[in-house]
Design a protein around this ligand. Structure first.
Ligand code: ZN
Length: 251
């Protein structure tokens, strides 16, 4: 009972931090592309996030085809692409469609393998995302997430939290702005004992804002309030990509 109370309190605390800010998603156009390896529950995660996006006033185009990236008319009108598509392959035209759109100012947001382990043969895509999954030693393990940037709006007010899920070991672009990390122990791979790994980051690719969180292997992981909150706030940052004023670009 006491534990339940603490969990409820944590949910209230996380949500009350977001109540009085302006609704940045209102009237924004979002392309939500989902598919790829089913173990990451792309449809369930899409179904979990889409109602929230619409409640905030965004128009959401859902797509189960990477060919959406080649639809120039569509790509020109979107403010943000949310993608959950693990592994799979992308054609040169699909890669060009997405990377050009982001380079020209469309935002991009995603999580776990749906953005950070997609299209293993597409290096330009990986250059855009800023990191690539390589391992999750021990599969589902207990690990902590440390908030290292306490000023950034995405992680402000959040405290260290716990996950029981895949702890992603990634190859990460040194140019990203890291907001949260996790520390590996050597239990499943002795040589990585003590390695501090980025978990949440933001970056640019051309004019486009790119947001990534390695959390949430499946839809159930979004029940961790901080993991869901980080994703929502990351989306709210990336959706303003086209509105960016160079003067306030101090990220
Ligand atoms: Zn996973």
């Amino acid at each position: 009972m006491k534990k339940l109370f603490i969990i409820l309190l944590a949910i209230v605390c996380v949500s009350c931090q977001t109540t009085d800010k302006e609704n940045v998603l209102k009237d924004k156009v979002i392309l939500f592309v989902y598919g790829g390896w089913d173990g990451h529950e792309p449809k369930q995660c899409h179904d979990l996030l889409k109602p929230w996006l619409e409640e905030q006033g965004a128009t959401v185009y859902s797509s189960q085809s990477l060919d959406s990236y080649t639809n120039k008319e569509l790509m020109e009108k979107v403010d943000l692409v949310i993608q959950t598509w693990t592994m799979g392959t992308m054609t040169g035209a699909q890669e060009k469609g997405l990377t050009e759109a982001v380079r020209n100012g469309v935002g991009l947001a995603g999580w776990h393998g749906g953005l950070g382990d997609s299209f293993r043969n597409s290096t330009e895509y990986q250059f855009m995302v800023g990191g690539q999954w390589v391992a999750h030693p021990g599969n589902k393990v207990d690990y902590d997430v440390d908030i290292i940037d306490k000023k950034d709006p995405v992680t402000k007010g959040l405290k260290k939290f716990h996950m029981k899920s895949e702890q992603y070991y990634m190859h990460v672009d040194p140019g990203v702005k890291v907001l949260a990390t996790t520390t590996f122990n050597g239990e499943h791979a002795s040589w990585i004992d003590g390695v501090i790994m980025p978990v949440v980051w933001k970056k640019y690719y051309g004019k486009g804002r790119v947001f990534y969180s390695s959390l949430c292997h499946d839809a159930n992981d979004f029940n961790v309030p901080e993991a869901l909150e980080i994703m929502k706030r990351g989306i709210e940052w990336a959706v303003l990509s086209k509105e960016e004023d160079e003067e306030d670009d101090d990220d």
